[in-house]
Design a protein around this ligand. Structure first.
Ligand code: 5U1
Length: 684
């Protein structure tokens, strides 16, 4: 008899404890989608178990979570014959296909009333058979041709959503669980971002990514790919206890065993119940975390399933009700550009009409110039187009082997097709923009809305709906036209009484003498937000000085770097923009000029403040404006670069951080003292 020393017993118990904890956290994270511990704690437990198993290899078990990291690469995936064939499903596409299916079932069973069905999602991934022996994952195989698949056991072990041991004290001798390996949308996006960063080829869709990841020869690669799994079927089984009597009962049992099961499922009756499920899922589809390509209906009673049997290779008891395909092939007839409301230029593929996602698509976005290059889309190419839900159709990829010799590359035009202004792509930006700004009709409404908003000219009552009417009726083309509006014109508009019209005219009148900073902000120059507009106004003092300033002169302004300076210079160099500004001035708009205060005379220059909590009698906005007027900067986060934290009541984490970093903390009166010193200097 072997003697087990106490120390070894303790190590074994510790290893068992760590394994069960890690599996518990895995289950909570991957199956329940409700993590129980932070990632760092998981990593700590994992590290401890790994170290234990390395020191005492006898402690390592087949179901240890440490095996999920993947073993060594193989030369080939070996073929395995399925103990029970993996069947496919008959497809239906229309409501009539579903009523016909239900009628066939009723006729076959000789049932007069409604048959009970289980309705669930049809996951768009890769089908897999997981074989558990004595509750432990023994092997995993892809569907292959249904009779023979590929052995992907080491790969499947790396998928955290697949339990290595079933959660039961009395495991079945054999249980083959069938389901789908999928990649969640967020996992897919992260994987493609990684591929992009490394310069590797991106995956076309989550299904390809899941299939490519599972069928790797090197399981260490699979281990790095974020895969999920959903169970929905059963293969060979040998259990002491009887199996569930219904399909919904089987899915419930799987959940108890720790297997992930799709949460969107229902038990319903008759064709009407099935169609209701289909339409409900169709409406919710775009919000799901993974791709589905339809729903699956199965007669719920397993005994009835057995009676119904099979036709060729598909069960008579089930139907896949497919959604319209979300991807289709078509050809790119041209690549044109579209000008957005902010001037952003989007290349758009003009396509040979194709039916996809339930509609005929003729345009697909190519997002930006870099995207066109990255996907290498050329005029004449055959491309895969995707339209998911209400999402704008997009070109997913090119079928290179079908590229004609005459395929032409896209060239970004130098001028805006709408207004003729120059198209400019600033350094470091993905998007090219029309520089027409105030003039470009594609940007007109947006430009006027921006000009009139509270933080700019603050023309109360001039909102989106009214601007739509003013522009659509041709009364207003640029912000300058606002100052020509007559009350008689306004009362003609929808929902505009005499009083509102008069109020609006008064508001416009008031906006004739804006602060220079608000006026500059209102122009909508790219990269010029409120703070930069204030700095520019304070630095140059007048609109004329700002409009004539060189880029070098602009670089002297606080927080203005080369990108911002180029953008401002470019804006004022556009004849269209100069024209609109000239019209504004002609129509009596007079930005209030400022006395320029040298930076040295602004006592809070170079000081960064953070405001937190509620001050006794000063609104946060006021405190911010006063600090900035004195040359200080207000930031939202406390860091080592913060000079002062102004704290009121209910100041929380920011105050604590300031204390921790030893930053000076001011109350309202101390801030006022500081500002008082500041305001004894020159003022604007
Ligand atoms: N949800 C679900 N998907 N799916 C796919 N159930 C389901 N059943 C299938 C397939 C191929 O086949 C049955 C015959 C088990």
């Amino acid at each position: 008899m072997t003697h087990v020393p106490a120390a070894e017993k303790a190590q074994r118990e510790r290893a068992e404890y760590l394994r069960s904890e890690l599996e518990r956290h895995n289950y909570a994270y991957y199956v329940l989608d409700a993590p129980t511990v932070p990632d760092a704690e998981y990593d700590r437990l994992f590290g401890e178990l790994q170290a234990l198993e390395e020191r005492f290899p006898v402690l390592a078990t087949l179901d240890s979570p440490t095996h999920r990291v993947g073993g060594s690469a193989r030369g080939d995936l070996t073929s395995v014959r399925h103990a029970v064939p993996m069947l496919s499903l008959s497809n239906g596409f229309t409501d009539e296909d579903v009523t016909a299916f239900d009628r066939r079932v009723c006729d076959f069973l000789g049932v007069d009333g409604d048959v009970e069905y289980n309705a669930e999602l049809k996951f768009d991934g890769l089908a897999i058979n997981l074989r558990y022996e004595g509750g432990l994952l023994a092997s995993a195989a892809t569907r292959g041709d249904g009779a023979t698949g590929e052995d992907v056991t080491p790969n499947a072990r790396t998928i955290a959503a697949i339990p290595l041991r079933l959660k039961t004290a009395q495991p079945p001798a054999v249980l083959e669980v069938r389901g789908e390996v999928v990649m969640l949308h967020r996992q897919f996006a992260a994987l493609n971002a990684r591929q992009r960063a490394r310069g590797d080829k991106e995956f076309v869709n989550p299904r390809n990514a899941a299939a490519g990841s599972l069928r790797q020869l090197d399981p260490r690669i699979t281990a790095q790919r974020p895969l999920s799994f959903f169970a929905y079927g059963i293969g060979e089984s040998s259990t002491a206890a009887p199996l569930p009597l219904t399909h919904s009962g089987l899915l419930d049992w799987y959940e108890e065993l720790g297997l992930p099961v799709g949460q969107v499922r229902t038990v319903t009756r008759g064709a009407a119940g099935l169609l209701e499920f289909y339409h409900r899922v169709g409406a919710e589809r775009a919000g799901l975390a993974y791709d589905i390509d339809g729903v699956v209906y199965k007669v719920n009673d397993i005994a009835l399933q057995v009676r119904l049997g099979f036709v060729s290779r598909a069960p008579r008891f089930a139907l896949a009700h497919k959604f319209p395909a979300q991807e289709a092939l078509t050809t790119v007839e041209n690549i044109e550009i579209q000008v957005g409301r902010t001037g952003a230029i989007t290349p758009v593929a003009k396509l040979a009409p194709v039916f996809v996602g339930g509609v005929t698509v003729t345009n697909a976005t190519l997002h930006n110039e870099d995207e066109v290059r990255r996907k290498d889309v050329r005029i004449g190419d055959t491309v895969t187009v995707r339209r998911a839900g209400d999402v704008i159709p997009e070109v997913v990829g090119v079928v290179l082997e079908r590229r004609p010799a005459a395929a032409r590359e896209f060239v970004m035009p130098p001028y805006c097709p709408v207004c003729g202004s120059e198209i400019l792509r600033l350094e470091g930006e993905a998007v090219a923009r029309c520089t027409g700004g105030l003039f470009c009709s594609a940007q007109r409404k947006q430009a006027i809305l921006h000009y009139a908003q509270r933080r700019a000219l603050d023309i109360e009552g001039l909102g989106e709906k009214l601007i739509d009417q003013l522009v659509d009726s041709g009364l207003v083309k640029t912000p300058a036209d606002l100052f020509n509006l007559k009350i008689e014109q306004l009362v003609e508009l929808d929902r505009m009484g005499e009083k509102s019209a008069q109020n609006l005219i008064n508001e416009i009148e008031r906006a004739r003498t804006p602060e220079l900073a608000r006026f500059v902000f209102g122009l909508g120059i790219r990269h010029v937000g409120e703070a930069t507009a204030r700095d520019l106004a304070a630095h140059f003092g007048s609109l004329a000085a700002l409009m004539d300033a060189s880029e070098e002169a602009m670089l002297e302004v606080r927080d203005v770097g080369p990108v911002v300076a180029t953008s401002i210079r470019h804006f004022f160099d556009q004849p269209h923009n100069r024209d609109v500004i000239a019209q504004l001035l002609e129509r009596g708009v007079q930005p209030r000029t400022l006395t320029v205060i040298p930076a040295s005379a602004r006592p809070l220059a170079g000081k960064t403040f953070v405001l937190t909590g509620t001050l006794p009698s000063m609104a946060r906005e006021t405190a911010k404006a006063l600090i900035e007027a004195a040359g200080g900067k207000v930031s939202s986060a406390v860091s080592a670069k913060t000079h002062y934290v102004v704290a009121g009541t209910e100041a929380g984490a920011k105050l604590a951080k300031a204390e921790e970093l030893g930053i000076a903390i001011l109350d309202q009166s101390q801030l006022e003292d500081l500002l008082g010193q500041a305001s004894s200097g020159p003022t604007t």
